[in-house]
Design a protein around this ligand. Structure first.
Ligand code: HEC
Length: 94
């Protein structure tokens, strides 16, 4: 069972990240908790920088510069940390 914050983060992931990165639990599991905390700290500033510095990520610029992202960042962090490589949470198979 996902707690409410993790659930909100997963929903934000599906709406705003999945089209480019595929499954959220797989992406979350590609980094350790400490790394996600760094990328998502200060309203996700680092993650936004990575995208706005990349021409390939241009379709995401509007989102990363939006208030919606500033609001989602905290929930996205919960979700990504919950399924980080060293979280001990194996993604469910259902
Ligand atoms: C329009 C497509 C697109 C969207 C939407 C998008 N990304 Fe990305 N993302 C990219 C691209 C392209 C890169 C590679 C940037 C580079 O290195 O040049 C990237 C890089 C990243 C990285 C760094 C990868 C690494 O291995 O260090 C992370 C983490 C990431 N994205 C997570 C997310 C999350 C979380 C979201 C949703 C909030 C998101 N992305 C939305 C295209 C996208």
């Amino acid at each position: 069972m996902l707690n409410a914050a993790t659930y909100k983060g997963q929903k934000a992931y599906i709406e705003s990240c999945k089209e480019c990165h595929g499954g959220g639990q797989a992406l979350a599991g590609s980094k350790k908790q400490r790394i996600w905390e760094k990328l998502m700290g200060n309203k996700g500033e680092k993650l936004a920088d990575i995208h706005t510095a990349s021409k390939k990520a241009q379709p995401s610029w509007e989102y990363f510069n939006s208030r919606a992202y500033a609001k989602d960042a905290r929930h996205l962090e919960d979700f990504l940390v919950e399924y980080a490589a060293d979280s001990g949470n194996v993604p469910a198979c259902n």
